[in-house]
Design a binder for this molecule. Sequence first.
Ligand code: OAD
Length: 244
Amino acid sequence: MAKDRLDYRHWHNIVVLTGAGISAESGLGTFRGAGGLWEQQRVEDVATPEAFARDPDLVYRFYNARREHLCGGEVQPNAAHHALADLENLFPGNFALVTQNVDDLHERAGSTRLYHMHGELMKMRCTASGSVFDAPVHFDRDSPCSCCQRAGRLRPHVVWFGEMPIDMDEIYALLADYDLFVAIGTSGNVYPAAGFVQIARQVGATTLEINPEITEGSSLFEFQWRGPAGEQVPRLRDLLMSPG
Ligand code: OAD
């Protein structure tokens, strides 16, 4: 049975992991479940290196459409993104944010100590040099690369299935020493992120899941707050910032 009372007064180091659910109230779809992105589009067609080799135009179109939606003006950070940015600024201890999301809503809300382990939609990468650049809303195989000026070398700077997530050495270093681990809006289906809660338990950190639904990993969390991120994350911020 999950506890409902957090003893927060002695915490110094907090690591937060976010997933697609934190951006749901901003109008971005999640991946799994009814209406999720992976129900409309097969992962094998757009999110693997093999898909990019087989049909790059389809892959470019898929990510161009996602970028267009993200930049269209309707998608804005919500109360949960802002609450995490507040914590980074105001929490007296160490606060780090790891996101599986490729959107830039954490940055737009003001977060700076942020690891995009699955890459960034608004960046592109040269497949020859590995250099990473800001991406325009649209690019494709005719776009000249910003470093070598050659067409056909740019790819989205996102992690596809079968590829290594980004910044894992830094992220595992964070996970070696902390008091509280919070997973927000993630279904716990994709490793290595799905395994962070087990690492947290091994180092003796308190674990909290924020999600409206029960997930694959729910039983591993000591505390579970059921509800939308836009409601529950400001509640966490207020709790952590309240005088002990
Ligand atoms: P999923 O789509 O698997 O899960 C989204 C989670 O968000 C679910 O558990 C929902 O219950 C929850 N959720 C929905 N609305 C919410 C709300 N308002 N507030 C809080 N939570 C809400 O997304 P991820 O777990 O992020 O990877 O998926 C992990 C990875 O799988 C993604 O980064 C992506 C995907 O394939 C790659 O593409 C490499």
